[in-house]
Every structure is written in C-alpha cells, then in structure tokens.
Ligand binder design. Sequence first.
Ligand code: HEM
Ligand code: HEM
Length: 418
Amino acid sequence: MKFEAIERFIMHLHPKKVSVQSIAFNRTFGLGGINALLFVILAITGILLRFSYVPTVEGAYDSIQYLENEVLFGRWLRNIHHFSAHLMVFTSFLHLVRVYYSHSLYRKRAKNWIYGLILFLMVLFFNFTGYLLPWDQLAYWAVTVMTQLVEYIPFVGKAMAQALRGADTINGHTLLNFYNLHTSLLPIAMLVFMSLHFWLVRMAGGVATPAGVQREMVDTRKSLVPREALVAMIVIAALVLVSAVFNAPLEEQANPAVSPNPNKAPWYFLGAQELLLHLDPLFSAFIVPMLVTVLFFALPYFKYDQINSGVWFHSERGKILTIESSVFAFVYTFALILLMDYVLKTAMSGLPVWFAGGVIPVLLYVLPFAAFIFYKNKKQQLQTAELFQIIVSSVLTSYIVMMLVSQFLRGEGMKLFV
Ligand code: HEM
Ligand code: HEM
C-alpha cells in the first residue's frame, strides 16, 4: 500500500505549513474533518448498499431483509451506514456550535458560515430521505410525521409536500423520489458544497485564531496529517465496532393502515414535533422555524461593536453569560412545557387558536429572556456579540430540552409520563 499517494492527495487539501495555534485539538476538535470522513464512509457504504437495495414498495423491505440475512457482511454494512448517518447529524451540529462559540464566522468567514448552514440542511435532508428507504413501519410513519410538518407551511406547504411525496400520501412514487434524491442528487450537491467550503477555509487563511498571538508555523505533513490520521482511525474503529455489536432498527414492513402509537419523528426532528404539541401549526411549523433560520443565516451580518475572531465565547464575561443563559433556558423551557401541558392548555381551551396556541406561548417564552437580557445589559453594558450569544445559547438549549422531553418523557398519544 502506497501511503505516500494518500498523503500527497491529502496535501492537496492543506497548505504546506500551518500554525501551531490553528491545529491545537481544542481549537476545532477535528470536527470538520470528522464530518468529511463520515461523508466518505456514507458514500462508500451507500454505493455498496445500492447493489442489493430495490427502490419499490414491493421490493424495498425484502431487499433489506435479504441484505441482512443472506449477503456476506450485509447487516454490518447497513449498520455502518445507519450509525455514521446519525453520528453525522451530531458532529455537524457540534461543528456548528464550535464555529459559533469560537467566533469564527465573521468578516471573511461569513460566506463560509452560510455554506456551512447549507451543508447542515443537506445532512438533515440526507437523513430524512434515507429514513424512508427501509420501508418498515418506523420509516413510513416517521416520514409521514415529517411531511405533515411541511404541509403546515402557509401557501406553499401543501404543494411542497405533494412534490416531495409525488402523491397525496406516501407511496411508491415517494420512495422513488427519496431514493433518487438520496443516492444521486444530494451526493452531487454535497460534494460541490463541501469543496467550496474547504476552499473558503483556505481562502480565509485557515482556521481562525485570536489576533495578537504570535503564529508559529510548522510543516503540515509532520504535524496536522498524523493527527488527522489518528482521529480518522479512532472514528472508523468506533463505527466498525459499534456496528458489529448493535443493529440498525428494522420493524415490520410498512403498513399505511396501522399507525404506531406514539408516532415519533427521528430524534433530531423531535424538538420540532414537540413544538407542534404546544403551538398552532402556523407558529410551530412556519413562523418559529423561519425566525430561527433567518437568525442563524444573518448571524455574521449584524452590526457588531467589537469582533474578537477566534476568541472562545468572545470574552470571559461572554462565557459566563453563555453558561447562565443556557442553564436558565434549560430549566425554564422544561417548566414551560409542564405548565403548558398541565395548566394552560385546559385554562385556554375556549380562546382562539392564534391567541392560545401562538401569541400567549410565544410571549411566555420570550418575555423572561428579554427581562434577563435587559437586566444584564443594565448592569454590564453588553456588547452585541455577547447579546447574540445569549439569544443563540437560549434557542439551542431550548431545542435540546424539547428534543429530550419528546424522546424520553412522552409515551402513548404523546402524553407526558411525568
Ligand atoms: C457537514 C459538513 C461539513 C464539513 C465536511 C465541514 C468541514 C470543515 C472543515 C474541515 C473546516 C476546517 C477545520 C475545522 O473547523 O474543523 C471547517 C471550517 C468551518 N466550517 Fe465547516 N464543515 C461542515 C459543516 C459546517 C457547518 C454546519 C457550519 C456552520 C454553519 C460550518 C461552518 C464552518 C466555518 C465558518 C468554518 C471556518 C472556521 C474557522 O475559520 O475557524 N461548517 N469546516
Ligand atoms: C453517496 C451517498 C449515499 C448513498 C449512495 C446512499 C445510499 C443509501 C441506500 C441504498 C440506503 C437504503 C439501505 C438502508 O436503508 O439500509 C440508505 C439508507 C440510509 N442513508 Fe444513505 N446513502 C448515501 C449517503 C448518505 C448520507 C450522507 C446520509 C446522512 C448524512 C445517509 C443517511 C441514510 C439513512 C439515515 C438511511 C436509513 C438507514 C437505516 O436503515 O436506518 N446516507 N442510503
């Protein structure tokens, strides 16, 4: 095996020299590289899965069973694809979080933040389309929940859901649509955006590091490449092992007549499903997600009084504010969910939906955070970057709480156990 050839290929992606500061593990945690590696693993295992997968209503489920029981290492291959896909949602999210909190998204990196967000949406879309392919009960009904979420978008939602499904309900056309999106269109789009993303990292002069620190340059081949190889080996070993021990779920064949109870979306969409339980669909499937998306896309472009590129949490005070707002959001979101479920829903049952399922819960959520920010600003004169850090931390934490509640505390009929 010629390692030199591999090394030469890798060197096309890197400059000859990198700074010691930019390759410190606690700067990137290797997360961008891990995402790239996971995509390669998914592409290889995905292409191999195509050899036995049949994208028809009659054939899909049987082809997965055949793959698992008859094909040599078939089950293991499917498991690797399954676990890598879920891991990639997690590591892309962590990468987004690391880029944001290390303040590496401003000025010349702003465009790359946008490409990154598009990559994140693609990872979600990959998972969404892949989810249907096994054509078991889990796949059918989880995708039903998700396409219903799309339907709630005003004006265009119905047409979008119809275009996605290729029909009024999920059927063979949907399966073929998803299969083609998943195995041809999305991989090409992902490759294009990943290439642009890497190129923009190079164009920005590599990973952001704090200004004013003397940059010490070292040979990439001797410093960064061996570390990348080590991280890659650990990730591959972990995936191979986990896939040998645990199996990707496969329930009974999809049955459009029998809906499971509770019918839950995949874990990463559970926050959105939880929101649907509390708010009118116009708010939960459109207004709130739209506002959050616009906030994330606009983050690098607000007017900041000071930008500390590459400095974790902007400042020491920024770090404390992040911790405080996250803890507050964790406790308050949980309390609000309980309050909505046990008290307010019955108390507001006679009121119009836009009020009881929109204005009231939104105000109940926003006002305490506004009071928190107002109080902190009065005491400490917050900088813009710190202010947005409070908002982003609160939104991210609230989503995580909703995901956890929906996953672990909701049972039949999506009722709370607690
Ligand atoms: C899912 C596929 C993705 C891949 C393969 C990927 C890959 C990378 C790599 C290799 C780097 C340089 C090293 C590092 O930070 O680890 C990087 C940096 C960066 N990524 Fe990503 N990324 C992905 C998703 C995202 C997402 C979801 C975001 C955020 C919205 C993002 C925003 C950025 C930005 C702004 C930089 C520059 C950071 C800096 O200069 O310190 N990327 N990405
Ligand atoms: C070139 C790239 C890819 C190809 C050719 C491909 C192909 C396939 C095929 C044929 C299946 C059906 C087999 C099965 O369900 O077990 C599948 C399932 C799936 N794929 Fe992919 N895939 C690719 C990339 C990805 C990526 C990048 C992701 C996520 C980030 C992903 C996520 C999934 C998921 C979640 C499933 C369902 C797995 C399960 O059974 O639980 N795939 N893929």
